[in-house]
Design a protein around this ligand. Structure first.
Ligand SMILES: Cc1cc2nc3c(=O)[nH]c(=O)nc-3n(C[C@H](O)[C@H](O)[C@H](O)COP(=O)(O)OP(=O)(O)OC[C@H]3O[C@@H](n4cnc5c(N)ncnc54)[C@H](O)[C@@H]3O)c2cc1C
Length: 654
């Protein structure tokens, strides 16, 4: 068989899912998968309202395709706009080139449907692309800035009235963002928040019609409590530059109408000559093959496909789950054709719906069994989004998502109400970092110097240090080996005491020498008292691990020397601010291990919270991390993912 050329048009949810699936399943086959999109990135459409509503920056919902498909040798990326398909010759035509195919998946998504309502195109805004989101954001910023300088109250109020048409996911999530953004904008422009009006206008008598009624009612109550006006059963009949007209003839003065009332298949695919259904969607059969072109290996997926699963006139919904599931069906059928196996019919499996109203409140319906409202629904939405990156095997974007949503958000607009995104100047933690590093250096030096003198290096590594042939770990199996042959019965206890004394962060010699005294819980030393170990005895499971790692005296002696070097390394890293995050994470790990070994005392437990506090990027101020970490990020990123480009494919320089 000659090399199979698979072309996927559209890197939305459907296109990406199909490409990932085929890249994996056809890893060992002779295929070339070409993914064409007009953008060099994948857009997380479900979070576009966050960009439009000024919560996150555009890059927070843009995922570079080269990063998503890094190291997928059978995938090539093309940034170009598809303008036609020659179905007979099997060629995809783009603005800049032509791509012959053996198999084709079309997942070009949808676009807003204004149902011909006059004025929407000229004066309204839509939310179905990154460009749309940025346009809305800019318009709102400019309008509020102008309103702040408008002396006429009626005109100012119209400027500060924001109307969303439609109460599906898009509309409700959009108004939720505006609900939070308005307070920020009011403060920035010295306006009163009460002067802002937020409205949702819905043609049907109910809102959020894809949700369970009880969930939708909760959402409605929440919005009303927050001052959002809901106008139901009122189709918009006209949009002008400064007002909208409802079916009953009433007018609402506004400069901002965001139209989210309908979705249709993209107009770009309307001229492909494929049979279309209602709303410009393209007909496909149960295998997602384009109707009438089953023998041409053309598949339609995502928001663009019209497939009636139950034959009841209702096509698959225009939601992410349907996009991914139709894409899997098409991709599985291409794999089946190449591998000569059985075809797969589409079978939907929708797991539920989630709608956020702002960053802190939402409603969720999971598998029609679990209904959540409020904080938990938002947590669930984040979990689902993180799972999306996990499914795409993109640890990088999973990390970036967490950064954007939890740690780098401004104005407290996240689920933790800003607790996770408060910025501080890391310069203030430099003294603590150096102090903490010095503490580790002191602890490590004790293990090197032992009973010797700090000023006399020739006395180091002798008695009392961790570099003799005495095992310092108080582990019973090692003690037995140490005491075998040693006649003194008390040697065991003495050895163990010495070991505990020498442990990192352990008590001083003087304190350990009084091992027979009762131990006392405390976070500071009291003269003459014996500090209390965090764990008196090693837990059984930990003893098993330790015994496996240090089965005999020779290994233990090596380990104690090695540990000393590790501690010196950690100390220097902290003092010089190099790999500070890792160094602190390592100290937490070491302290936990020492605690479990019965070698760490409550008095030094502050090591742990201090390490957490210093994981704040403290090495970036007066530390080597300021230069080293960006260099590593640049070099490793380039090596693993290549250099990100604004355009991929034939006409790019790669
Ligand atoms: C604000 C908002 C909130 C939403 N919330 C939810 C939600 O909570 N849950 C949910 O399930 N769904 C939600 N949706 C719907 C969901 O985003 C869509 O169902 C989903 O994006 C469909 O995926 P797709 O791959 O078919 O199309 P898309 O994701 O739209 O991708 C289509 C791709 O095709 C590319 N393309 C189009 N034309 C061309 C061309 N001519 N040449 C090259 N490339 C082209 C586009 O650039 C795009 O990358 C929301 C949508 C929006 C806008």
């Amino acid at each position: 068989m000659t090399k199979q050329k698979i072309v996927v048009v559209g890197a939305g949810y459907a296109g990406v899912a199909a490409t990932k699936f085929m890249a994996k399943k056809l890893k060992k086959d002779d295929v070339e998968i070409t993914l064409i999109d007009r953008h060099s990135y994948h857009t997380m459409m479900t979070e576009l309202h966050e960009v439009a509503g000024g919560r996150v920056e555009p890059e927070a919902v843009q995922y570079d395709l080269q990063r998503l498909f890094a190291r997928k040798k059978n995938v090539s990326l093309v940034t170009d706009t598809v303008i036609g398909i020659d179905k007979e010759k099997k060629i995809v035509k783009t603005k800049l080139g032509k791509y012959p195919f053996d198999q084709l998946i079309i997942g070009m998504g949808g676009e807003p449907n204004d149902f011909g309502t006059p004025g929407v195109k000229e004066h309204g805004f839509t939310l179905w692309s990154m460009e749309d989101a940025i346009k809305i954001r800019k318009h709102i910023e400019d309008t509020v800035a102008k309103a702040a300088l408008e002396p006429d109250e009626a005109i100012r109020r119209a400027m500060l009235t924001f109307v969303v048409c439609g109460s599906g996911f898009t509309g409700i999530e959009m108004i939720g963002e505006l609900m939070e953004w308005k307070d920020v904008l009011a403060k920035e422009h010295k306006l009163r928040p009460e002067e802002f009006s937020l409205m949702v206008v819905e043609a049907l008598p109910t809102i959020l019609n894809m949700l369970d009624r009880k969930d939708a009612e909760k959402a409605e109550r929440f919005m009303m409590k927050k001052g959002i006006q809901l106008t139901k059963g009122s189709p918009i009949t006209q949009v002008t530059a400064d007002h909208i007209v409802l079916k009953d003839g009433s007018q609402i003065p506004t400069n901002t109408l965001i139209w989210t009332a309908g979705v249709k298949g993209t107009t770009d695919a309307a001229d492909f000559g494929l049979e279309s259904a209602r709303g410009q969607r393209l007909y496909a059969n149960e295998y997602m093959q384009a109707k009438g072109y089953e023998d041409k290996d053309i598949y339609i997926v995502g928001d663009l496909v019209h497939y009636e699963e139950n034959g009841d006139g209702k096509p698959t919904p225009q939601i992410v789950q349907a996009a991914e599931q139709t894409a899997h069906t098409a991709a599985a059928n291409i794999v089946a054709k190449i591998k000569n196996t059985q075809k797969h019919e589409f079978k939907s499996n929708y797991q539920g719906f989630m709608v956020s109203i702002g960053s802190k409140w939402g409603v969720a319906n999971l598998m029609d069994k679990v209904h959540l409202a409020g904080f938990m629904a938002i947590v669930m939405k984040h979990i689902v989004n993180l799972k999306y990156f996990f499914d795409m095997r993109s640890g990088y974007y999973m990390f970036q998502y967490m950064m954007h949503e939890f740690f780098h958000i401004k104005n407290d607009r996240n689920v933790t109400r800003g607790h996770s995104s408060r910025y501080g100047n890391v310069l203030w933690s430099v003294p603590l970092r150096v102090f903490y590093g010095s503490m580790w250096l002191i602890e490590a030096s004790k293990k090197v110097v032992g009973d010797g003198s700090y000023l006399n290096p020739s006395s180091w590594f002798g008695s009392g240090s961790w570099f003799t042939d005495k095992v310092v770990f108080p582990f019973p199996w090692l003690q037995e080996q140490v005491t075998t042959g040693a006649s003194a019965a008390g040697a065991h206890a003495a050895e163990a005491t010495t070991a505990a004394t020498g442990a990192a962060g352990g008590a001083t010699d003087a304190v350990a020498a009084t091992a027979t005294q009762a131990t006392h819980f405390g976070f500071n030393y009291t003269f003459g008292e014996n500090p209390m170990p965090v764990f008196e005895k090693m837990p059984h499971w930990f003893a098993k691990i330790m015994e496996f790692m240090m089965p005999n005296k020779d290994v233990a002696l090596f380990m104690q020397k090695f540990m000393t070097f590790v501690e010196i390394g950690i100390a220097l890293a902290l003092i010089f601010g190099l790999f500070t995050w890792l160094a602190n994470a390592a100290t937490i790990g070491l302290v936990i291990a020492f605690c479990l070994s019965g070698m760490f005392y409550w008095v030094n437990i502050w090591f742990v919270p201090v390490a957490f506090a210093l994981m704040n990027g403290s090495g970036r101020a007066l530390g080597l991390d300021r230069w080293v970490i960006p260099w590593i990020q640049r070099t490793a990123g380039k090596w693993w993912y290549g250099t990100p480009r604004s355009i991929y494919g034939k006409n790019s320089s790669n």
